[in-house]
Design a binder for this molecule. Structure first.
Ligand code: THU
Length: 160
């Protein structure tokens, strides 16, 4: 028996420490929360994706009375970006979330399904997606989804 140790590198920033481009992308994600449709959870999530060519697309969570029919902001954004700009890999994905009161204190953790879709998107384009997670306390940055999804499943597992 032996232990397998998996490490993740997460950089922790104050908003002011982000460069101008990242601050602006994060602001775009924060503003997007206003366009969320979240009548059930009252938890509004916004995401902004910076594509290789500089285009920025946003998305929000879209809920449904049949709860599982709704979709998270991250997947809405990735699917929209990949539908509209299938030739453009995503460089950076900024995510922010708020309750009716205010933005949340701790960096927003993407759900497992969204992590899986981010992974597929990285594999599809052969390029890591840098992720910025907003919290009022601090912002997390990871260079790739691998830091949020260790021991991940992708198509390579099905190859012989
Ligand atoms: N949600 C997201 O959009 N992204 C996340 O990272 C976590 C959760 C949404 C799904 C649902 O509309 C609401 O937040 C509460 O779970």
């Amino acid at each position: 028996m032996k232990d397998l140790t998996i490490t993740a590198i997460i950089k922790v920033y104050q908003y002011d420490e982000l460069n101008e481009a990242d601050q602006s992308l994060m602001k775009t994600a924060m503003e997007a929360t206003a366009r969320s449709y979240a009548p059930y959870s009252h938890f509004s999530v916004g995401a902004a994706a910076l594509l290789n060519d500089g285009t920025i697309v946003t998305g929000t969570n879209q809920e449904n009375a049949a709860y599982p029919s709704g979709l998270c902001a991250e997947r809405t954004t990735l699917f929209y970006a990949n539908s509209q700009y299938p030739d453009q890999p995503i460089k950076t994905l900024a995510i922010a979330a708020r309750t009716e009161k205010d933005f949340i204190e701790k960096p927003i953790p993407p759900c497992g399904a969204c992590r899986q879709v981010i992974l597929e998107t990285e594999k599809r384009y052969g390029q890591p997606i840098r992720i910025l997670l907003y919290g009022k306390e601090c912002i997390y940055e990871v260079k790739s989804i691998g830091d949020l999804l260790p021991l991940s499943f992708d198509a390579s597992a099905m190859e012989e």
